[in-house]
Write a protein that binds this ligand. Structure first.
Ligand code: SPD
Length: 399
């Protein structure tokens, strides 16, 4: 009788152990179910059986979650691409937009969860890495990684692309209304056209917009004053703040979100600090076949300007990491990279995409400036604790 109880106990134990080894991983419930790594089996037969089960369930594509939450700059992707991904892979994309790197950071720092894929710029990537907000990736393992030009890999803000991959790049300059009598005579090739009252007086009543972006606007003021865009000297930052406060009464709007569509195209302003692709969008959205021209031109000021690279990253708190990575790889496809640029008019770091990008975009030197021009531009970098001074100046500027 005692022997029977012993064997019953052994049978119970074997069943219990094999039940543990063959079950699904206890991963987040939103990610697709994945096979768990084989537990150590009670005997060699159980081990072989467990391996066979695993071999049968490992999919050639990762199993994808039902949803993916993507948080991007406003108007920064052809939404048909999102639909294409949804239809091809059965993943519903929850899409939301932000207006600046600082808004994105504030949202994540405020504890927003649920975002999977985000698109911060260069300097913000390093800040977010330090804050532990970005998940690690192995970019080299992505099937489409080879499409990205070497020029944009391994940037100082994310050595070895351990967290992000390049998305789009561009410059920050001045957009101005073509055919305007003052600009016909005086193309605005200096930040003076944004900051000098005696110049601003010539067209302020027709509307001027500046980017609602603290690093970009303070950076432009620093350049005009002869300093670098990453200056951390408090006295220089105060000078930049004062220059901005003097010019501010001449400005109509602070808008970096939808200024191309709401201000430039409908002629609500005649001059705007702007990002290359947004001004190009305004140009092409006002293009007339008979004149073979659009209404908005772009200039890079002689004192220098910012060049920037936006990136695709996965947030640390993502519960759908495999799906996020799958989506990142999808965006790096050659034709998908081209679809993004053909929609946004920003330059693509995707070399393989060039074959599919419209020639008029590739030939437009306001979108793809010459190497010589690019060499004269500056990257925005993280400024360490001086960010508190920048914040203080920004509060005074916006107050
Ligand atoms: N409309 C989309 C604009 C995206 C621009 N990103 C620019 C970042 C520059 N610091």
């Amino acid at each position: 009788m005692r022997k029977n109880v012993f064997w019953l106990f052994v049978i119970f134990l074997v069943i219990a152990i094999s039940a543990c080894g063959g079950g699904p991983a206890g991963g987040p419930e939103t990610e697709g179910e994945e096979a768990a790594p084989a537990e150590e089996a009670a005997d060699s037969n159980a081990e072989v059986e467990s391996e066979v089960e695993d071999a049968e369930v490992v999919p050639s594509e990762p199993e994808l979650a039902a949803e993916l939450s993507v948080y991007n700059w406003d108007d920064y992707i052809d939404e048909e691409l999102l639909t294409a991904y949804e239809e091809e892979y059965g993943v519903e994309i929850i899409y939301d937009t932000f207006a600046s790197n600082e808004d994105l950071l504030a949202k994540l720092q405020a504890g927003a969860t649920g975002y999977d894929v985000i698109f911060p710029s260069d300097y913000m990537v390093s800040q977010m890495i330090e804050l532990g907000l970005l998940a690690e990736i192995d970019a080299a393992q992505l099937e489409n990684w080879g499409n990205i030009s070497d020029e944009f890999k391994d940037a100082p803000f994310d050595p070895g692309n351990q967290h992000c991959v390049p998305y789009q790049w561009g410059t920050t300059g001045i957009g101005y209304r073509a055919g305007h009598p003052f600009f016909d005579e005086n193309p605005p090739d200096s930040w003076a056209y944004l900051f000098e009252p005696e110049i601003l007086e010539q067209y302020a009543d027709e509307g001027i917009n500046v980017l609602n972006d603290q690093r970009e606007l303070i950076g432009a003021a620093l350049l005009y004053l002869g300093y670098g865009v990453n200056d951390t000297d408090r006295a220089h930052l105060e000078e930049a703040r004062d220059l901005i406060l003097t010019a501010k009464p001449y400005w109509k709007t602070f808008n970096s979100e939808d200024y191309d569509d709401t201000l430039l195209v409908p002629d609500e302003v005649v001059l705007s600090q702007g990002w290359s692709g947004d001004v190009a969008t305004a140009y092409w959205n006002t293009y007339e076949d008979d004149t073979e021209d659009g209404n908005w031109y772009y200039a890079i000021p002689s004192e220098g300007a910012v060049k920037w690279l936006d990136n695709i990253c996965i947030v640390t708190s993502s519960e759908r990491y495999d799906t996020a990575l799958h989506f990142v790889n999808f965006l790096l496809g050659a034709e998908n990279g081209a679809a993004i640029t053909n929609y946004t008019y920003y330059a693509s770091p995707n070399e393989a995409a060039k074959e599919f990008i419209y020639p008029e975009i590739l030939e437009d030197d306001s979108i793809y400036p010459s190497e010589e021009v690019r060499d004269g531009l500056q990257w925005l970098e993280e400024v360490g604790d001086a960010i508190f001074d920048y914040d203080e100046m920004w509060t005074a500027i916006k107050g």
